[in-house]
Design a binder for this molecule. Structure first.
Ligand code: XUL
Ligand code: CO
Length: 445
């Protein structure tokens, strides 16, 4: 393990000090040990820091160079030495923040070598180093993944590439990254298909590419069982960017894809807030849709910018937005082996080292407070009771006869004629329900 000097020497371990505390380097709402709805807050949320935006990305954008103070990215550094220094800084950060999990791509923690063999060897060394850091700090792995989108070979996709040799390369990379995730005790393995889509239909065989994607997923599932990895395989939906269209567009699209290809029960989704909004959905919609389909696995917590049409990956700060998502998750029994990974990055001007703490502290407080509001909403039964009453008719003889297939269309024609059915309208109560949610958000403490 590395004996690097501290990267954040001026930052103490962050502690919970309560909503009335004004110290910006303290939690006001995230109180790991507080029991909410029968479980510790830490165990409900299973928060994770992402390696890539926080430690790999140096503040570049498509118009400009890196702005952030990330010494391991300086040109001329020995790549493995730089990887070690980056990892020491990352684990110092995780430990000081008190976050229980992290997430990484293979290429985040270890540099690519001149050959695939060398890349594998680099990753193996850094996985050992990560294992030692995890042991030292108690930080665990929420999920691992492979970067199948940065290298030029993946420009036309990884699994959906027109060249089977690129498919083979991607498969080899996932095999190694899945093994690495397994070795580190990861709870899940994620596949985000940023380039599994198209830039133009003029050069794209849609049927062929989506069949390739399904084949790839079957191989991943088969490998998972072969090596005894007990974690969940997760697809991360996104509608576009970098491809013009990503096949895993949203939760409903993925649910249909999994069912069509016999992958349901094996693969779930990792939903990201900003991906939901880019798809034209609320995050609440995506969470509710995935839960209804039985495929919610985990969450990438962040937010977009209402005026921008791209993935800004900002730190979450809306208690209302996350209360609604957490309410759905709580009422269905919790996030299980998933968690809330901060797939978030600083703004390019946030160049002070403590900015990374401020971003995450605010995000953790937002989730902590949202959890309190969601638990209060659930415990009150204010929404649940009304929902049950709204559908109560379906428990009666007509409802059960229809659902259990005892009524044909012709039968129903007769029923309506005979009884001269003319059901009255019932209020949907939307405004009242919105006020109820606001009341719980305001009062949760
Ligand atoms: C990209 C994105 C990725 C995945 C992991 O929009 O969200 O960082 O979370 O590959
Ligand atoms: Co993400």
């Amino acid at each position: 393990m590395s004996d690097q000097p501290e990267f954040f020497p001026d930052i103490p371990v962050i502690r919970y000090r309560g909503p009335d505390c004004d110290d910006p380097l303290s939690f006001r709402w995230y109180d790991a040990d507080r029991v909410v709805a029968g479980r510790r807050m830490e165990d409900h949320l299973r928060l994770a820091v992402c390696y890539w935006h926080s430690f790999v990305w140096g503040g570049t954008d498509i118009f400009g160079e890196g702005t952030l103070d990330r010494p391991w990215n300086r040109p001329g550094r020995d790549p493995m030495e730089a990887a070690r220094e980056k990892m020491a800084a990352a684990f110092e950060f995780f430990a000081k923040l008190g976050v229980p999990f992290f997430c990484f791509h293979d290429r985040d923690i270890a540099p690519a070598g001149a050959t695939f063999k060398e890349s594998c060897a680099n990753l193996d060394v850094m996985v050992d180093e990560a294992g030692a850091q995890m042991e030292r700090t108690g930080v665990r792995l929420l999920w691992g993944t492979a970067n199948l989108f940065s290298h030029p070979r993946y420009a036309a996709g990884a699994a959906t590439n027109p060249n089977p040799e690129v498919f083979a390369h991607a498969a080899a990379q996932v095999a190694h990254a899945l093994d690495a995730t397994h070795r580190l005790g990861g709870a899940n393995y994620v596949l985000w298909g940023g380039r599994e889509g198209y830039d133009t239909l003029l050069n794209t065989d849609l049927r062929r590419e989506t069949d390739q994607l399904a084949r790839f997923l079957h191989l991943v599932v088969e490998h998972k069982h072969r090596i005894g990895f007990a974690g969940t395989i997760l697809i991360e939906p996104k509608p576009a960017e970098p491809s013009k269209h990503q096949y895993d567009r949203d939760a409903a699209t993925v649910a249909g894809f999994l069912a069509r290809h016999g992958l349901d029960g094996e693969v779930k989704v990792n939903l990201e807030v900003n991906h939901a909004t880019l798809a034209g959905h609320s995050f609440h919609h995506e969470v509710a849709t995935a839960l209804a389909a039985g495929i919610l696995g985990s969450v990438d917590a962040n937010r977009g910018d209402a005026q921008n049409g791209w993935d800004t990956d900002q730190f979450p700060n809306s208690v209302e937005e996350l209360t609604l998502a957490l309410y759905e998750i709580l009422r269905s029994g919790g996030i299980g082996a998933g968690g809330f990974n901060f797939d978030t990055k600083l703004r390019r001007q946030s160049v002070a080292r403590d900015d990374l703490f401020h971003g995450h502290i605010g995000a953790m407080d937002t989730l902590g407070r949202s959890l309190l509001a969601a638990a209060s909403l659930l415990e009150s039964g204010d929404l649940e009771d009304r929902l049950r009453d709204r559908y109560a008719g379906w428990n009666g003889p007509l409802g059960t006869d229809i659902l259990e297939g005892r009524r044909t269309l012709a039968d129903l024609h007769q029923v309506v004629l005979d009884a001269d059915l003319d059901p009255p309208s019932v209020s949907g109560r939307q405004e009242l329900l919105e006020n109820i949610v606001n009341r719980h958000v305001e009062r949760a403490r």
